[in-house]
Write a protein that binds this ligand. Structure first.
Ligand SMILES: Nc1ncnc2c1ncn2[C@@H]1O[C@H](COP(=O)(O)OP(=O)(O)O)[C@@H](O)[C@H]1O
Ligand SMILES: [Mg+2]
Length: 223
């Protein structure tokens, strides 16, 4: 399965989500490729140290993405593609190949309004592919006393994009993680709440990827 992290705005939490998703899928016992399609290469450098078992590829242009993603999807159970922060052909290519698009969005009215523009490319892909890829908004960097306002719900509904119930909170630990080359559940007790919320987000949006501990153990034995 190819999952693309898509929002053509920078700094919304794409790479953070991509790295944690790849790491979480690996922890569930799946084989995973992280396709780093951002020329800054931040997610591939981060995951290389955090979870060396995740395969890394860097695909910088649309042709490479269109050509190589299907093959990569044959080689590992999941391909997580971290997209660039711009509306390029690269973004479109990713969405033409993905089965699921996860759209991180900062939780403010301004950001949700900006989503219409930031998801233009997604709509183009869905138009070409008769509704595919399936897409879901995940709110990132929500404040402690945050409430999802009716305005924000309406704005998301107008885009015909579902919004995950679970979200990622604004926490220093996420900003510290890449510097330590770790994902939050490798960062001890200080990161416990973050680890739980990440887990909750992925359980909600990818229930079919969840593996029980027992199943994971028996798979490890076979491997
Ligand atoms: N939930 C969060 N809480 C605090 N900081 C965050 C959170 N998610 C991401 N960040 C930080 O915000 C910045 C942008 O995140 P990043 O994942 O690189 O976004 P993008 O890939 O969309 O540009 C980074 O410095 C990152 O460490
Ligand atoms: Mg990024």
């Amino acid at each position: 399965m190819i999952i693309s992290i898509a929002n053509s705005k920078g700094g919304v939490g794409k790479s953070t989500l991509a790295v944690h998703l790849a790491a979480w899928l690996h922890a569930q016992g799946h084989t995973v490729t992280l396709a780093d399609c951002d020329t800054q290469h931040s997610s591939s450098e981060w995951i290389r140290e955090a979870i060396p078992e995740v395969k890394i590829v860097r695909l910088d242009d649309a042709n490479a993405i269109l050509d190589q993603l299907p093959q990569l999807a044959q080689e590992t159970d999941y391909v997580v593609a971290d997209g660039p922060g711009s509306q390029t052909e690269t973004s479109l290519a990713l969405l033409l190949r993905a089965e699921l698009a996860i759209v991180p969005c900062k939780a403010s009215m301004l950001e949700v309004r900006a989503l219409a523009k930031a998801t233009d490319v997604l709509r183009r892909a869905q138009d070409i592919r008769q509704g595919l890829p399936e897409a879901v908004i995940v709110l990132s960097m929500i404040g402690k006393n945050y409430r999802l306002t009716k305005d924000m719900k309406d704005a998301a509904a107008a885009l015909k994009l579902p919004m995950a119930r679970n979200a990622l909170t604004l926490r220093q630990i996420y900003a510290d993680a890449p510097g330590q080359a770790k994902v939050v559940w490798q960062m001890g007790s200080r990161a416990k709440e973050a680890a739980t919320e990440v887990e909750n987000v992925f359980h909600e949006i990818l229930p079919s990827a969840v593996r029980s501990k027992q199943l994971r153990k028996s798979r490890e034995k076979v491997a």
